[in-house]
Design a binder for this molecule. Structure first.
Ligand SMILES: [Zn+2]
Length: 314
């Protein structure tokens, strides 16, 4: 479903001189992904959103770049009124976001030496224009489960390792490049039982509740081959105390797959991997109660439900 949002400049929406903003889907659930498409008659220097107190980068869709010399034929899709350019932002909705309507602000920056004149107020007095809109977040029903962590590994939860690992991973996930390495829908890296779905709240044996599960756990036999869910560059491949043997794949545009608890890692830092390529084997290294794969998907540092990306294309 594509929803058209009302822009403050909707008076001029019949011409492409006014940016057209659409979202897919129309409303978005907690822990899910929403894409914003901004279509405009001119190539822009920069498009940047601001949502839930975070900066949201927009990128030209498909390939190409903000360089006006690179014009992907797929970007030129004007409907009888000349060419248009489309910029896309992918937004992950944090699991804990309260349902409701949240404001969205998009700043469009035109090219400095750009020669265009339009009669309305866009770019009237400055090189930037701000569009105001909103996104509606709806509830996702997350499960709860009780788990018992084996004693020998329990001290990991309070150790410094967790903080240090979070820092290592966080540094990687904060980077975003314009290139899009993934193509089409994602593959589930292994088949098997979903032993712990995304967003589930865990209650530990001392009665305290954990934060929600930020990935999906898929259980299968130790040694089961793990496939790259989509193409990308391996940006981390190492052992971590809490996360176990870990591989992080950069799919571009701030989208990363995290694969944890591996028995073995075949892909190494710097490797280019293709969708479906074998990157490791299922194990139970780190904090794990049995052989399984924890698959996390991060979009601009927000963890989202990876399985949604196997069911549709972005
Ligand atoms: Zn997990």
């Amino acid at each position: 479903m594509i929803g058209t949002l009302l822009l403050t400049l909707s008076l001029f929406s019949q011409t492409l001189d006014v940016p057209q903003l659409t979202t897919d889907p129309e409303v978005v659930g907690q822990g899910k992904t929403i894409a914003l498409y901004l279509r405009f008659s001119q190539s822009l220097q920069k498009v940047e959103g601001f949502f839930l107190e975070r900066i949201i980068p927009f990128y030209p869709i498909r390939r190409g770049s903000f360089d006006p010399e690179i014009r992907d034929p797929e970007l030129v899709s004007g409907q009888g009124s000349g060419p248009s350019y489309t910029y896309r932002a992918l937004i992950g909705i944090p699991i804990g976001t309260e349902p409701g309507s949240y404001s969205l602000r998009i700043t469009l920056t035109r090219r400095e030496n750009f020669n265009f004149q339009i009669s309305d107020s866009i770019f009237q007095s400055s090189d930037s224009k701000i569009l105001e809109s909103s996104i509606e977040v709806v509830e996702t029903p997350f499960e709860r489960e009780k788990i018992t962590i084996p004693r020998p590994k329990q001290n990991l939860l309070t150790s410094q390792a967790l903080t240090e690992e979070a820092k290592i991973i966080g540094n990687i996930l904060s980077k975003s490049r314009e290139s899009q390495y993934w193509k089409g829908s994602f593959l589930q890296p292994i088949q098997g039982r979903i032993s712990s779905p995304f967003g589930i709240y865990r209650i530990y044996n001392d009665g305290t509740a954990s934060r929600p599960h930020r990935g999906v756990d898929i259980a299968n036999l130790e040694g089961t081959p793990i496939l790259a869910p989509n193409s990308g560059r391996v940006v981390l491949s190492r052992h971590l105390h809490f996360h176990g043997n870990t591989i992080i794949i950069d799919h571009g545009q701030g989208v990363y797959s995290l694969l944890n608890h591996l028995k073995r890692r075949f892909a190494h830092k710097g490797d280019r991997v293709k969708k479906g390529e074998k990157v490791g084997l299922v194990g139970e290294t780190g904090l794990a109660t049995g052989p399984h794969l924890h698959w996390g998907l991060s979009i601009s540092e927000i963890r989202v439900d990876a399985l949604e990306w196997t069911e549709r294309e972005w």
